[in-house]
Design a protein around this ligand. Structure first.
Ligand code: NDP
Length: 418
């Protein structure tokens, strides 16, 4: 199979290393990104350990015609988009018009939140649905009919969360429950990189997500909270006790649609006090703003400037020690009896670094991205249309998680989150 990978940042480098190792599936991999030198450096560091033919190209993933020329010249079976959510729609459009399958790890976000067309639609969605996050699935879901007609598959959100967490939901639904009533997704990073403040993946996307209002789904509607308003403590296997905060997260939207009868879905992520203090301070002084400001006659976007000052997430690998624990706690019924279940993965930052020279956040995203690409490219997960991860048979994905480095555990009757 030929695979075109777009983007060559922290997540992409893990996905590409894993694809290159799976050279029984991927015979040719073209890595295309905005900065070609990063692709060349990555290829130089892995080319001797794989039979796959690796090549690189420069591409602006916001330019559909440029993408189409690249796809036409390389003729891949699928495109794995591990660039930024801003490019989802242009890459999907290019795939549609070129007749290839599509996989990504994060839902579409508009970079320019002042764009009047986008803002009008955003305001209408806030009125109708009630959550104010800048991202939602509607833009990608509305391409379903076009993908279906073209006989192409678009797999959305094949990272860890979104991604594996939804596969866990489908697995719980298939093997453990007749009815799932509640889902709590818990994302714990017990790693320490030694910096007072750094983000584990793209700072712009990460800080926008964490500093925004939280929200959860209950009894058929969204309930919104102030940023980090809801805090809980949880004792994570392999990590210990951590504070975690309720966030809005994109997979809640698709799970609410696809897990029939679910009454409540929440998402919690752990943060240390230092992270929160720094983030609040940066937010208070306007450094998280996406609005351009005039600085000495030059327009700069504060959060983009901040990104240039912060450590590159891809550089955290050698410094980060500790483990992540990410999973889902389910409550519901089986054979008329109440039951609860926790499915989770523990991942060790240093082990990841030893294997792929990245910390566990990039690893836990890059491995499922590679698995999603492999399942779509080989036809194991392939339906014409636009789909989220919980809409496929979870078993092949669960097997692949164990095979490719993210083994998971189940625990009956776990401690629940109040
Ligand atoms: P990085 O910022 O490290 O990498 C982004 C890459 O995209 C860079 O190589 C960048 O190029 C490239 N890029 C940006 N704009 C363009 C463009 N216009 N054309 C071509 N290439 C472009 O991000 P991460 O690796 O941290 O994150 C990648 C994706 O993974 C994001 O969408 C993120 O939201 C998602 N993610 C998903 C998670 C999940 O569990 N589902 C968890 C973590 C992240 P350049 O080198 O020039 O900057």
């Amino acid at each position: 199979m030929k695979l075109l990978v777009i983007g060559c940042g922290g997540v992409a480098s893990v996905a590409i290393r894993k694809c290159a190792k799976a050279d029984d599936i991927f015979t040719d991999i073209l890595i295309a990104s905005r900065t070609k030198s990063r692709c060349d450096e990555l290829v130089a560091s892995i080319k001797d350990g794989t039979r796959a033919r690796l090549s690189t190209a420069k591409v602006d993933a916001e330019n559909v015609e440029e993408l189409k020329s690249l796809i036409k010249a390389f003729a891949p079976a699928a495109v794995l988009n591990v660039a930024l959510p801003y490019q989802d729609l242009t890459i999907m459009r290019a795939c549609l018009e070129s007749g290839v399958h599509y996989i990504d790890t994060a839902n579409y976000e508009c970079e320019d939140t002042n764009d009047p067309v986008w803002r009008k639609r955003y305001e209408q969605r806030v009125r109708e649905k009630g959550f104010t996050a800048y991202f939602d699935y509607s833009y990608q879901w509305e391409m379903h009919a076009e993908f279906k007609k073209a006989g192409l598959c678009a797999l959305l959100g094949s990272g860890f969360d979104p991604g594996v967490t939804q596969v866990f939901c489908a697995y719980a639904q298939k093997h453990y429950f007749d009815e799932i009533e509640t889902i709590d997704i818990l994302d714990c990073n017990g790693g320490d990189h030694g910096y007072a403040f750094a983000t584990n993946f793209n700072p712009e996307i990460n800080l926008r997500e964490v500093s925004a209002n939280g929200s959860y789904w209950e009894n058929g509607k969204w309930i919104e909270t102030s940023p980090l308003e809801i805090k809980r403590e949880y004792n994570f296997d392999g990590v210990g006790v951590k504070d975690m905060y309720l966030l809005h997260h994109e997979e809640i939207e698709s799970l609410a649609k696809n897990i029939k009868g679910v009454k409540r879905i929440r998402f919690f992520m752990t943060f240390g006090q230092s992270y929160i203090q720094h983030m609040n301070c940066l937010k208070d002084v306007g450094m998280l703003s996406t609005e351009p400001v005039d600085f000495g006659g030059v327009k700069i976007v504060p959060i983009q400037f901040l990104k240039t000052l912060l450590p590159d997430p891809a550089s955290l690998g050698p410094r980060t020690k500790g483990k992540t624990n990410i999973g889902c706690i389910f409550t519901g019924k089986k054979d008329g009896k109440k039951k609860s279940l926790y499915i989770y993965n523990i991942c060790d930052h240093q082990e990841c670094y030893k294997e792929v020279r990245s910390q566990a956040i990039s690893y836990t995203t890059g491995v499922p991205a590679m698995i999603g690409a492999a399942l779509v490219a080989t036809g194991v997960w392939r339906k014409a249309g636009v789909y989220n991860c919980e809409q496929f048979d979870p078993d092949p994905f669960m097997d692949a998680l164990t095979k490719y480095g993210l083994p998971w555990k189940t625990e009956e009757n776990p401690v629940l989150v109040d």
